[in-house]
Design a binder for this molecule. Sequence first.
Ligand SMILES: Nc1nc2c(c(=O)[nH]1)N[C@H]1C(S)=C(S)[C@@H](COP(=O)(O)O)O[C@H]1N2
Ligand SMILES: [Mo]
Length: 513
Amino acid sequence: MLQTPTGPPAVRRAWRTAWPGALAGVAAAALGLGAAELGAGVLGRATTPVIAVGEAFIDRVPPWLKDLAVAWFGTADKAVLIAAVLAVLTLLSVGVGMLAVRHHAAGLAAAAGLGLVATLAVWTRPDATMTDLWPPALGTGVSVLALDWLTRRAAASEPPSNDRRAFVKASLIGVALATVSYATGRWLGLRRSSVEESRRGVGIDTDTPEPPTGADVGVDGAVPWQTPNPVFYRIDTALSVPLLRAEDWRLRVHGLVAREVTLDFDQLLALGLVERWITLTCVSNEVGGYLAGNAVWSGVRVADVLALAEPQPDADAVKSTSADGFTVGTPLAVLTDGRDALFAVGMNGEPLPVEHGFPVRMVVPGLYGYVSATKWVVDVELSRFDAFDAYWTTRGWSEQAPVKVSSRIEVPARGARVNAGRVPVAGTAWAQHRGIQAVEVRVDGGSWQRAQLGVVPSADTWRQWVWEWDARPGEHLLEVRAVTADGEVQTGALAPPPPDGATGWHQVTVEVQ
Ligand SMILES: Nc1nc2c(c(=O)[nH]1)N[C@H]1C(S)=C(S)[C@@H](COP(=O)(O)O)O[C@H]1N2
Ligand SMILES: [Mo]
């Protein structure tokens, strides 16, 4: 394929090592790039490494050159930018590969350097998060390993073995694999953008609702009563999030019903939206843990949707299924007892974030997420608990799981050093749909002291509390327990999360000086 040029022997010798180096360099860079773009696609990141490098470059060119590029290429400027980044990367990786066949370590270091530049470009994007660093880091690792491996193959294929075919084949397979990864990553990225576009278009944005006055007790370091979407905990089995456009979404209601019903997004909204503050908790939350969040949800009442289908009298469960096949079993009685169980479409005044179930998810006050809060819900089957097993019930968790009363100390933090005197002790307590009547704190096993409680709009949210402690020097143990509105005092008996939620009092040791 590649002719050895005629000419002086030194030139011939240089060419013999140069072209395999160049090929190895390009194949390795392509593999790294493919891995990075695939990673970005799977993670659903809008900023892929190639675009980040291009944008970082654009930020550094003089404005007249930028204007010229827009004038020349118009709306194709992004495509041109990507092509330019790929062309420059190809040239650089030719050089890196040629270096690697002569000075192995220096070549690998150069490849790592290229990866580092891409990683820094991603990091300096204004909207970058830690997650955005994974794809370029992965790509860097892949390209260095691939270069190491391919240049060894190249060296082994030199005289006396002279077997170039195996090396060329390996490189071409690498390039093919890289192309497929790159294309898959881009495809996922484009689908993600199209879903984000659908999200912006559903028209359920409202002003971010304010928490009721007095919901926050105003202690520095306490968890805010309302959880902003970006920091709301996320738990699901989805490796790459289901990407559904609201326009394509359908909800099928079937099973033990008088009539099967299928709703599209507009038909769902036409049933009427309500806005409710509801605290969501994960059954895996440990005593004192942070797998809980409180938001205002906009949604349609589940009972209204079920009524259209008319459940048969022998149905006792609703089996809901997500677009990616995750299943949840919820007692029908809970969904129809008058509480605000919702098919939610909005979260804190904006359309549901994709990670939190766009376009539609369930939220049921009083039940742990795994038995109620199906994200990306597309199918609802009226059924009987003895007729199916939901995703987590086949894995050792209970079929039914109402939230257990819980409380935690957030301030002072565990192991904190505080000054003697008045110290606010504060935190959160919850028993969704039952409500919190009291929170009590004790020091070093002494008598329980009543805390002051924050304001809540209903029994469906968590409740902040604060207690003024007159702290004396020394090491002290703080403990908290809550009492539900219906009179249950939180048990001190320790239990781990499986099979239906942790119990026990949260304890914090602090040092007073
Ligand atoms: N489709 C789907 N929905 C799901 C899950 C899941 O894995 N897949 N996890 C559930 C669990 S265990 C919890 S605690 C909540 C978490 O919701 P969040 O990620 O919006 O906080 O979603 C529930 N809904
Ligand atoms: Mo969960």
